[in-house]
Design a protein around this ligand. Structure first.
Ligand SMILES: [Fe+2]
Length: 207
């Protein structure tokens, strides 16, 4: 676990912009359950490409064609969210992590007051990125996953306001104030890679 504290020049209401990082966040049993949910979503074509939204999807500046999609899977749209392994495991963040984060982060302190959260699963393939943006909610937690043997470059998290990068790593969790500006750098992998071998991110929004 590591904690980084920097002055945020833009967030007047966030005297300290602090992100929280935990490696090897999920147990192997939890990972098995999460991959089961993800595989089910892939098999049922529940991941949706979002090229129509033009929301941070990589574009070849010469051809103006989309290089890749950033695929999204909102579990709540397809089944009772409480029935997913993901939903159950997502509550792990409230078992000490939000409390620990709240010792140094104003936003996480607010998140302690609620266990309300929802999440989505993103899959980035070659060229996929996400432009700088702020999330709705109070605290955002990201959980990064990739399968053994599928290597790629990029897909790192960037906080422009503090000029700080967090490198992608399988089974790494990063928590930060939702209103902090954040972006994902373009993923570079085999252009024929399929969803199974993508860069996965579970995003949990705490309100
Ligand atoms: Fe975000």
């Amino acid at each position: 676990m590591a904690s980084h504290t920097k002055k945020c020049p833009h967030c007047k209401n966030l005297p300290l912009f602090d992100y929280y990082l935990v490696d090897d966040y999920f147990t192997s049993e939890e990972l098995d359950l999460i991959w089961t949910d993800i595989d089910e979503a892939i098999e049922n074509n529940w991941f949706e490409g979002n090229s129509k939204e033009h929301n941070g999807t990589a574009i070849n500046t010469k051809t103006k064609k989309y290089l890749a999609e950033r695929y999204l899977f909102w579990p709540a749209k397809y089944k009772n969210i409480r029935e997913t392994n993901l939903a159950e495991i997502s509550f792990k963040v409230f078992q000490g992590h939000t409390k620990k984060y709240s010792e140094t982060c104003f936003a996480a302190l607010n998140s302690l007051e609620t266990r309300q959260s929802h999440f989505l699963v993103s899959c980035y393939l070659n060229g996929g990125y996400y432009k700088a943006h702020r999330d709705n909610g109070i605290t955002t937690a990201l959980y990064w996953l990739s399968r053994d043997g599928f290597e790629f470059e990029g897909g790192d998290l960037f906080f422009p306001e503090i000029n700080e990068w967090v490198r992608f790593k399988h089974n790494r969790m990063v928590m930060f104030p939702s209103k902090a500006l954040h972006a994902v750098s373009p993923v570079i992998m085999d252009e024929n890679a399929k969803l199974q071998s993508g860069r996965f991110c579970i995003t949990q929004f705490m309100e």
